[in-house]
Design a binder for this molecule. Structure first.
Ligand code: RBF
Length: 155
């Protein structure tokens, strides 16, 4: 796996056979969030997670990811959460508001529940940049988010 990750080493030490994961997926820009989800899901399997230990929850848009993540993180039997979303800049300033709220919201869930909650959210200037990062020439950021969650379980 190391070869396909742009900036995160694929080496992990932990055995995640019995770890439970939630992947929270925003439905906005699903042409991008579906390949990001696939990347995260298959990375977890490749790292040793069991299918039955991976739960998927959808939320309407990236703005809803922090609440979706919180609902998952508060469960005793969830060890780590991976948030998947894609915010693409438009003609109005919504991009800045959504990106800031989502990043801050997800960080708060990490600290509140003391569990890894990974930020697999693309914030791009256009769709081309998003496609490049969702299984295109710049890899799959969903995969990297899953790997990051596993690495944080080691700490
Ligand atoms: N959600 C996304 O996940 N990605 C987007 O690019 C995105 N663009 C939006 C643009 C506008 C103008 C609005 C109002 C919402 C957008 N959303 C987007 C949806 C947002 O995350 C949220 O679901 C809604 O604002 C409802 O809370």
């Amino acid at each position: 796996m190391a070869g396909i990750l742009s900036s995160v080493s694929g080496k992990t030490k932990i055995n995640i056979k019995n770890k439970k994961f939630a992947i929270v997926v925003a439905e906005w820009n699903d042409e991008i969030t579906e390949p990001l989800f696939d990347g995260a899901y298959h990375a977890l399997l490749e790292l040793g997670a069991k299918k039955e230990n991976i739960t998927r929850k959808n939320v309407p848009g990236s703005f809803e990811l922090p609440l979706g993540a919180q609902r998952m993180a508060e469960k005793k039997n969830i060890d780590a959460v991976i948030c998947i979303g894609c915010v693409i800049q438009g003609d109005t300033p919504h991009f800045d508001y959504i990106c800031q709220a989502v990043a801050y919201g997800i960080m708060k869930v990490n600290l509140k529940f003391n569990k890894p909650v990974a930020f697999g959210v693309l914030t791009t200037l256009n769709k081309k940049q998003a496609l490049e990062r969702a299984g295109g020439k710049l890899g799959n950021k969903g995969e990297e988010a899953a790997l990051t969650a596993v690495k944080m379980l080691e700490i």
